[in-house]
Design a protein around this ligand. Structure first.
Ligand code: ZN
Ligand code: ZN
Length: 633
């Protein structure tokens, strides 16, 4: 839309320029001569075609505002100047509130704030509009300030809308104190049982990490809506309480609440994190019956969940059911092949995607390069690294360099990896050096490892993983003094290794194990089965890698410690409960240790079963005494 003015009048551009200046007094426009909004200029934009030549501002504004597209801040300015020219600027009311929100939506918070201050008689709606604007921008301090002014200047009492507008800002800022203050306020105002307020409070507590408080509120809710259930599922998933999220989903179904798209995607993400294949299957069934099967976002979440649960073939089938997979779906499939170490298949998917006319982006290339890295495809990796900028115009980012360093390093080309780091046009970050340190560990290059670790201690002094890798390298080489020096350094900084944890799904439940875990109800049986297993594998040549135990203690004690790692307990439990011919699926939160890796190979041989372990890096498929990673991970 454009506004033309008679030749002696200032042009709209002039007005626009004025408006663009930060603290321009918008009332100034009242002093300008009349603007003429011509039919021709109005007709030049689709949103304006329906307006008569001289529209009545009050009748048109409410119709025009929702039609303004995000690129048209100038539309707002025109409407604004229009209102000024109508002569009743003092009566901003509803018009002003809508325009405040519209200005903020187009990124002009300064205009929104100026206009808000100009509204003479701000009612509750005006204050709430400004609060919602600040909430969307996550500016909690401004929000609380507006809330204070609302009470002190205008003497207004917040309503439900005010509270549900402030709470997301508390959640975004993870400000539990402020959130609790609003909670107290809600109770004082008598809104403690308002469903919308409670839903917002649950979300706030969940985002601030206080899941217990959220649960208490949820349980006390007189009427739980779908939003309440979804919020609970989401906050459990986001805080890592995946079993809780799955339990909630089951309770939701028992309560005959039909899950929607939000529940399904949140839950599938949880299944993916825990490799909960059975639950993913149940949700899959639910997707089929609820008619969600044509939803690309849900199908993509399903592809990821199956791939991460080790069911790559099912992922593949789900992917093929998509009529027109989008870029995200293709990339999800590619990532699935990459983490399972099927480099060649990942490259095939990439080529098919290009054939379909889709343009790969930096995420696609991260997966292509990591696929090459996990499968040791050095020349292919180099080829795609070259092609990404030369052919596809995607400049390599630090992630791509880290994949390349990983690829070269794993393959033993440590020198080439160092040269690549030196040639980087951007500063190498901890991920790049971390990849090189991992390679030094695999190839037992202590000299280089020491240098790289020193760099990492400078860049990221608080990451315990680097200290652990270096200390493990020293221990494995029998350099106990050096190992304990690194451990002491780590202790001085107050750093702790996060405890290793293994998960296995059985009977619609996720069973969790930590090292030497005796908390499982079947604990005695599990430990007995594990002892029997260790004895059997030792008879056919398994030697515990006691050098991986960091304490300088007796061999027998070391063996005892390493034999009760969480992965081994999970395998023993898996063997106790698994049905004939079914693989054992385990997820580990950290990188699998060398001893468990070796034990799993022997166990797959004597028990004649497939054991799949997903660690923080990739999938390991153990069968007939071998692992799909080829012992490089
Ligand atoms: Zn282990
Ligand atoms: Zn492996």
């Amino acid at each position: 839309m454009m506004v033309t003015a008679a030749s002696s009048f200032p042009s709209f551009c002039f007005v626009s320029r004025l408006l663009k200046q930060k603290h321009v007094d918008l009332k100034f426009l009242v002093l300008l001569p009349n603007f003429v909004i011509t039919r021709r200029s109005l007709c030049s934009t689709p949103s304006a075609t329906c307006f008569p030549r001289f529209p009545n501002p009050t009748s048109v504004v409410p119709r025009l505002l929702p039609a303004v597209s995000p690129s048209s801040i100038s539309h707002c300015q025109i409407i604004h100047s229009w209102k000024i020219k109508s002569g009743n600027y003092g009566d901003l009311g509803f018009f002003g509130d809508r325009l405040v929100v519209a200005y903020a939506k187009f990124g002009r918070l300064d205009y929104a704030l100026n206009l808000f201050e100009e509204i003479p008689h701000k009612d509750l709606v005006s204050w709430n509009s400004m609060i919602s604007v600040f909430s969307q921008r996550g500016s909690l301090r401004d929000n609380l300030d507006i809330l204070r002014r609302m009470r002190s200047e205008a003497g207004l009492v917040p309503n439900v809308v005010t509270l549900i507008s402030v709470l997301p800002a508390c959640a975004a800022a993870q400000a539990l104190d402020a959130g609790e203050f609003i909670h107290g306020y809600a109770v004082k105002l008598g809104f403690w049982s308002e469903t919308k307020v409670v839903n917002s409070l649950i979300n706030m507590y969940g985002k601030c990490g206080s899941v217990h408080a959220a649960c208490r509120l949820f349980q006390a809710m007189p009427s739980k809506t779908l939003v309440s259930w979804n919020t609970m599922v989401m906050i459990h998933a986001q805080n890592g309480f995946v079993e809780g999220a799955i339990d909630l989903f089951n309770s939701m179904r028992r309560a005959s609440i039909k899950p929607d798209r939000v529940t399904v995607v949140a839950l599938l993400q949880s299944c993916a994190d825990l490799a909960a294949e059975r639950t993913a299957k149940a949700i899959h069934g639910c997707i089929m019956t609820s008619g969600f099967n044509s939803d690309v976002a849900i199908t993509t979440a399903l592809i990821i969940a199956y791939a991460k649960s080790g069911k790559l073939d099912v992922s593949h089938d789900v992917f093929h059911e998509l009529k027109t997979p989008d870029m995200i779906a293709w990339t999800a499939m590619l990532a699935g092949y990459a983490t399972h170490g099927h480099g060649k298949e990942a490259i095939t998917i990439f080529n098919l995607m290009i054939k379909e006319g889709l343009k790969p982006d930096h995420v696609t290339f991260t997966h292509v390069l990591s696929a090459c890295s996990h499968s040791g495809l050095v020349s292919e990796g180099k080829k795609y690294f070259e092609a990404m900028s030369n052919v596809y115009g995607v400049e390599p980012r630090v992630d791509h360099y880290s994949c390349m360093v990983d690829l070269l390093g794993r393959s033993g080309l440590l020198e080439e990896a160092c040269e690549l780091i030196q040639s980087m046009p951007i500063n190498p970050n901890a991920a790049v050096w971390g990849a090189l340190l991992g390679a030094c560990r695999i190839h037992n290059n202590i000299e280089l490892g020491k240098e790289v670790a020193e760099r990492l201690f400078e860049i990221d002094p608080l990451d315990p993983r680097n200290y652990i890798i270096l200390s493990n390298m020293y221990s494995a080489a029998g350099l106990w003094t050096d190992a304990s020096r690194v451990r002491a350094l780590m202790k001085d900084k107050g750093l702790k290794k996060s405890p290793a944890c293994s998960f296995i799904e059985h009977g619609n439940k996720i069973h969790r194990f930590v090292v030497d875990d005796c908390s499982h109800p079947e604990s005695e049986k599990i430990h007995a089965r594990l002892e029997e297993l260790i004895e059997k594998i030792c008879q056919i040549g398994f030697v515990p890698k006691t050098e991986l135990v960091l304490h300088d203690v007796d061999e027998e004690v070391k063996e005892g410690m390493i034999n009760k790692h969480s992965e081994k307990l999970a395998i023993a439990f898996g063997l106790l409960v698994k049905s004939e011919g079914m693989p054992i699926m385990i997820t580990n939160n950290l990188r699998i240790c060398g001893d468990c890796h070796s034990a799993a190979k022997f166990m797959s041989l004597i028990e004649k079963c497939v054991i799949v372990i997903r660690d923080s890096k990739r999938f390991h498929h153990f069968a007939d005494g071998f692992c799909s990673c080829g012992d490089y991970w």
